[in-house]
Design a protein around this ligand. Structure first.
Ligand SMILES: Nc1ncnc2c1ncn2[C@@H]1O[C@H](COP(=O)(O)OP(=O)(O)OP(=O)(O)O)[C@@H](O)[C@H]1O
Length: 356
């Protein structure tokens, strides 16, 4: 029988699918005659991997004793671009952007946020897509939803499926934002961001306005972002636009944690056949050119659209579906990539809420 130290050393060599690297020294093993109790402490949440990891560990150790696996995690605040002070109540802000509209950025944001919450994290969404705020609809909020206000100063974000949500749409009528000019938009968004009473979030996802114009650039400079995700479709033109998205983040020193390729293949609803109508290497070549990862590819799927439209995104509506599994995998990879930045924010100054 292997000693605890030997078991631990073996586990350290196991490859973490989410980072592509060995797990390393994140294991603690305590064994007796009848059972092996393994605790894994990660820098990102991975609760949904419990069964899969148990199977991998059993196979690797080849030990006949009962295996008990606890997966713990501790999300750390990563540094922000130019060391901008972080936000109170939020460990890491992740900006989700696209070079152009309609590629599925909002759908990707909501499903990734919900997937991250299912992995065990505390998650929020800020809908900064001023020209087409859709997070309220995607999460099934009634039209006219308004946040509660505390001390006449702070918004308490409404929650859906355990995720805290704020949107410009909760504060305006349908026609208001159209007339807004750039500086007003960024000013209003910064105000919403800093005046929201975010409650102890590991990750706050920002659904950015589509495109790479002044508003997006100003937001990327002002919001204390730890990392970004660029959503693209495989068509060439969208990829060209996605390049601009990556370049924008590079310009302001925000790490691009990865690319999500949306509507990547078509799945026939009759026979289930996958077809890459727009080619299947677009995201990969983009990622190679800019040295970023493709975090995952989502199919063009009727279920994604229908369930989003119905206010129950697929990750909560059909959590065991293959598509929900892809979002879970992307969420974990995103968390692992962010945690591996080795850029932890130390003695973080904080902006935003205060009770003074
Ligand atoms: N993988 C997918 N399969 C099928 N439909 C999808 C998929 N992803 C998004 N959609 C649908 O495409 C439309 C556009 O998606 P979404 O609103 O998320 O895009 P967006 O990039 O945020 O758009 P905008 O730039 O206008 O905010 C929606 O009707 C959505 O349901």
């Amino acid at each position: 029988m292997l000693t605890d130290a030997q078991l631990q050393a073996t586990l350290e060599t196991l490859i973490d699918d989410n980072s592509g690297q060995p797990y390393g020294a994140v294991w603690n093993v305590v064994a007796d005659d009848s059972r092996v109790h393994v605790t894994l402490t990660l820098g990102y949440p991975a609760q949904k991997q419990q069964a899969q990891l148990e199977a991998k560990i059993k196979e690797l150790l080849g030990d006949s004793r009962l295996l008990v696996l606890d997966i713990d995690f501790q999300v750390k605040s990563q540094a922000t671009q130019g060391s901008i002070p972080g936000m109170k109540g939020v460990k890491n802000i992740i900006a989700v952007a696209s070079g152009k509209g309609g590629v599925g950025k909002s759908t990707t944001t909501v499903n990734l946020a919900l997937a991250m919450a299912k992995e065990g994290a505390r998650v929020g969404i800020l809908d900064a897509d001023i020209y087409g705020p859709s997070q309220g609809m995607l999460l099934g909020f009634e039209e006219g939803t308004r946040p509660q206000v505390r001390d006449e100063k702070f918004f308490i974000p409404p929650t859906a499926f355990g995720v805290q949500v704020m949107s410009m749409a909760f504060l305006t009528t349908k026609d208001t934002p159209v007339a807004w000019r750039g500086p007003m938009v960024t000013g209003a968004l910064m105000q919403i961001l800093t005046q929201t009473d975010w409650d102890d979030l590991d990750y706050l996802f920002i659904d950015m306005p589509p495109g790479t114009g002044d508003i997006q650039l100003t937001l990327a400079q002002k919001v204390p972002v730890a990392g970004s995700v660029v959503v693209t479709t495989p068509q060439d033109i969208a990829l060209l636009d996605a390049r601009r998205g990556i370049e924008m983040f590079n310009k302001v020193n925000i790490p691009v944690l990865g690319v999500v390729e949306n509507m990547s293949t078509h799945i026939c609803s009759n026979c289930g056949h996958h077809e890459a109508i727009f080619g299947d290497e677009g995201g990969a070549s983009l990622a190679k050119e800019y040295d970023v990862n493709v975090l995952g590819k989502l199919p063009l799927s009727l279920a994604i659209r229908e369930q989003s439209d119905a206010g129950r995104p697929i990750v909560v509506n059909a959590p065991e579906s293959d598509t929900a599994g892809i979002y879970q995998s992307i969420a974990r990879k995103l968390g692992a990539t962010l945690a591996s930045q080795q850029n932890e924010q130390i003695a973080m100054p904080i902006i935003g809420m205060s009770d003074d």
